[in-house]
Design a protein around this ligand. Structure first.
Ligand code: SF4
Ligand code: SF4
Length: 133
């Protein structure tokens, strides 16, 4: 796992505890052993100066989050910047709510080497908005 990938360096946003099938459809596909996850890249939120990206202070740390809950955690800004300076960058966070066209998203396979054949859910793999970074 790349540094920061799938990890939020801040407290979880409390209302994002939905474990329903609807959430699973938004954030991940488990229809074959590959296990694909739809992620959103906070680096794109910052670079595009999205007005929905907010900053807040939590326990003496500056954090950032999405007002729409497209990603479900608040990210420690200092840690984000550190990881952005690394080769791998911060990476993506699992999508918790349906993203907008302007969000920078991608679909990341967890175990691509397991693939037994053709993808049986190509709609999911194509579900990231085209603005993906
Ligand atoms: S709406 Fe999309 S681009 Fe804007 S902060 Fe949320 S995830 Fe980032
Ligand atoms: S490869 Fe296709 S079927 Fe398999 S987990 Fe990914 S999207 Fe789903």
């Amino acid at each position: 796992m790349a540094p920061g990938r799938g990890v939020g360096y801040g407290r979880p946003v409390s209302e994002h505890t939905d474990t329903s099938a609807a959430f699973a459809a938004v954030g991940g596909c488990r229809e074959c052993p590959v296990r694909c996850t739809r992620v959103v890249y906070p680096s794109h939120c910052v670079a595009s100066r999205c007005p929905s990206l907010y900053l807040a202070d939590r326990f003496g740390r500056r954090v950032m989050g999405c007002t729409h809950g497209v990603f479900g955690v608040e990210v420690d800004v200092e840690r984000f910047r550190e990881l952005q300076r690394s080769r791998a960058g911060f990476g993506g966070l699992r999508v918790w709510r349906e993203p907008f066209d302007h969000c920078g998203c991608g679909v990341e396979p967890a175990f691509e080497h397991r693939h037994p054949g053709e993808c049986v859910n190509p709609g999911f793999r194509a579900s990231a908005p085209l603005s993906a970074v």
